[in-house]
Design a protein around this ligand. Structure first.
Ligand code: AMP
Ligand code: MN
Ligand code: MN
Ligand code: MN
Length: 290
């Protein structure tokens, strides 16, 4: 059984462990190939790579790009990217640049709902202020006693349509895929099951249209095994991957020991018949120095 994890977060975005701590935890739990995929930022890769070398595990450069497709926010993971590639670096800088103003609007919306001090409170939880996001607000709301955990904060305040939710325009699907591929990476549509759940979620018709566009733009893979999918969804998205000729990826989407659906090093195998995204990765690609 392969213990590969190609999706997780550090303090560079909205995880609670530093890149070095994250790699140490992954290695300690038996992961042999890890990709760090912070949201919209690649600043943790160098530290993670050197920690991976120390712990004797293989490391792949990653990123998770925030995308707006129609009215939906979707996430595209880039694997094997070159973080110094100008188009990728500039593209990610543009995506990050909207976060400050969005956070101010979120704080204003929460203030109108009677919750003060959210902007300062959220920034206290953001090690990287450029990447201020909903999770940092959620941690502040837990700390201030509004909800018992991060998940409940999302359900009550921060999910689409709730009091503290501020619509935002992220990267286009075409740009996200193109930045990743031009920098030498492979583009993977992350946690597709999440786009089909809840109020305003996609139906199977929209999912097929999204996948068709993703493939047309040069998308390579679909995340089949992820912390937020049920076993039935592994099978469901394995069928979509086959239908659209996409390779299969797997990752925990780990954010921290207390907050994750699934811990590092505890993923089931890809369903039979899936073609893994790493099938043609030469060791040299995996070990490419950032
Ligand atoms: P942002 O990019 O600021 O919109 O934040 C998105 C992040 O919020 C995701 O990457 C997750 O870490 C977190 N998130 C989104 N929805 C939920 C949820 N329902 N429960 C817990 N965390 C969530
Ligand atoms: Mn996140
Ligand atoms: Mn995501
Ligand atoms: Mn993620």
């Amino acid at each position: 059984m392969l213990n590969y994890d190609l999706h997780c977060h550090s303090t560079v975005s909205d995880g609670t462990l530093t890149p070095g701590e994250l790699v140490a935890r992954a290695a300690g739990r038996g992961v042999t190939l890890l990709a760090l995929t912070d949201h919209d930022d690649t600043d943790g890769l160098a530290e993670a790579r050197s920690a991976a070398a120390q712990h004797g595990i293989e490391f792949v450069n990653g990123v998770e790009v925030s995308v707006t497709w129609r009215k939906h926010t979707v996430h595209v993971v880039g694997l094997g990217i070159d973080p110094t590639h100008p188009q990728l670096a500039q593209g990610l800088a543009t995506v990050r640049s909207g976060r400050g103003a969005r956070a101010e609007k979120m704080a204003e919306a929460l203030a109108r709902a009677g919750i003060g001090g959210a902007l300062e409170g959220a920034y206290r939880h953001a090690s990287n202020p450029n990447m201020i996001g909903r999770t940092h607000f959620a941690r502040f709301l837990v700390e201030s006693g509004q909800c018992r955990d991060v998940k409940s904060v999302f359900n009550r305040f921060l999910a689409q349509g709730k009091t503290g939710y501020v619509p935002h325009e992220w990267a286009s699907l075409a740009d996200a895929v193109s930045w990743i591929r031009r920098s030498g990476g492979m583009a993977v549509l992350a946690h597709p099951g999440r786009y089909m759940s809840g109020r305003g979620g996609m139906g199977s018709k929209s999912m097929r249209e999204l996948l068709a566009e993703f493939v047309a733009h040069g998308g390579d893979g679909l995340e089949i095994v992820t912390g937020s999918h049920t076993p039935a969804q592994y099978a469901e998205f394995a069928r979509y991957a086959t239908e659209f000729g996409l390779l299969a990826s797997c990752g925990s989407d780990f954010h921290g020991p207390e907050e994750s659906y699934r811990d590092l090093g505890r993923l089931p195998d890809l369903p039979l018949g899936c073609k893994p995204i790493w099938q043609n990765w030469p060791a040299a690609h995996v070990c490419k120095v950032a």
